[in-house]
Design a binder for this molecule. Structure first.
Ligand SMILES: C[S@@+](CC[C@H](N)C(=O)[O-])C[C@H]1O[C@@H](n2cnc3c(N)ncnc32)[C@H](O)[C@@H]1O
Length: 353
């Protein structure tokens, strides 16, 4: 459900889905929105010792002082660790511990692919559906076996008799392990499990990308991660670890995720990304009227200049680079990274083709 405010409303925008329109004239620096913490997020494994798992603080590449080895995370201070554990609850802590144990047990097969460039073409919608359908079949075997009282990691005599299941299990244990995809999916599964109403209202209503994977390996890595999660998470979570939840996470993050960067917003280091449903209604403009700033786990949005009633409130997806680029360069960048043709007022004005 889109956020509500006396300052703006969410309305359809020609050629850009929905967008945020000013309900009244707004002075510069008017606070517009403070987003709640993300519905799902990942800090890339290479930054796991440098970024606080709770407040996302980064100290110029220094290793942070509070390490919580069983869950594989670090914190800038003890209160952050305590707040993280409280927010996750016992089930969340158990799930992260199980995931970290799994990743460590497969250390030789770990590959982090989310920040890598694409190799080959994006798989089309049909390939996406077919690959997830195949994963769903194997996932159902896992879920049935685990729901029946036998964990994937502790297969008992009943399971041993099930050849199909053993083949599926073998598949899971022999694929490579992408801790970043696993972590992103687990964070979303925990959100969906913790508050199904929020998930339905806020996450499922976002703009979705049915062709969300950068290449075929990325699609397969997501399906493998889903299967590895079904086999790894505590039994209580298996029912929420579904193809639907994992696909929603992938499809929503393609259009809506915010980069977690060193300097809060426009820093050089790309350390991860996060899904903030409430903050996902701002369209892009190459002449943005809204400034965004990450403060810890939240995003603050405020007007960057005077905005007239009925004017669209837009942020930049180009992190400030739009100032120095031509209309062709800007459109190319947005097409390449975000997959849309920029229809902002500035691009339409400068487009002479
Ligand atoms: C974060 S969402 C913004 C909200 C979205 N319009 C909606 O209906 O939910 C990003 C998506 O909005 C659309 N969009 C944002 N800015 C745009 C622009 N300047 N021109 C065309 N489409 C845009 C693109 O489809 C993009 O992938």
């Amino acid at each position: 459900m889109p956020p509500t405010s006396t300052h703006f409303s969410i309305r359809p925008i020609p050629s850009a889905g929905r967008g945020v329109l000013a309900s009244t004239p707004l002075a510069p620096n008017t606070p517009l929105l403070l987003s709640p913490p993300p519905a799902a997020h990942v800090i890339f494994r290479q930054y796991r010792r440098e970024v606080c798992a709770h407040c996302l603080h980064y100290d110029r590449g220094r290793t942070l002082p509070v390490r919580d080895a069983p869950i594989g995370k670090v914190f800038c201070a003890e209160p952050c660790r305590a707040a993280w554990r409280e927010a996750q609850g016992p089930l969340g802590v158990e799930a992260w511990t199980a995931l970290e144990t799994f990743v460590r047990s497969r250390a030789k097969s770990v590959v982090s692919t989310l920040a890598q460039a694409a190799v080959g073409a994006k798989p089309g919608a049909q390939a996406v559906v077919a690959t997830w359908e195949a994963a769903a079949e194997v996932g159902a075997l896992h879920a049935r076996a685990r729901g029946g009282g036998v964990g994937a990691a502790d297969s008992g005599p009943g399971i041993k008799a099930d050849r199909e299941y053993r083949r599926a299990l073998h598949h899971v244990w022999t694929q490579s392990v992408d801790p970043d995809i696993l972590g992103y999916l687990l964070s979303g599964v925990l959100t969906a499990h913790g508050d199904a109403g929020y998930w339905q209202r806020e996450v499922e209503g976002l703009a979705m990308d049915e062709e969300a994977y950068k290449d075929t390996a990325d699609l397969e890595a997501h399906c493998n991660a889903f299967l590895q999660l079904v086999a790894t998470v505590p039994r209580e979570l298996v029912g929420s670890c579904t193809v639907e939840v994992c696909q929603t996470l992938a499809n929503a993050s393609s259009h809506n995720s915010f980069g977690i960067r060193a300097g809060g917003d426009e820093g050089e280091e790309y350390m991860g990304y996060a899904l903030y449903p409430e903050a996902s209604y701002f369209n892009h403009s190459c002449s943005p009227s809204v400034r965004k700033k990450r403060v810890g786990r939240q995003w603050e949005f405020s007007t960057a200049r005077e905005v007239g009633e009925g004017e669209e409130l837009c942020i930049t997806y180009l992190g400030g680079d739009e100032k120095d680029l031509t209309v062709t360069q800007r459109r190319e960048r947005l097409r390449g990274v975000w997959g849309f043709e920029c229809m902002c007022e500035r691009c339409r004005r400068e487009d002479t083709s």
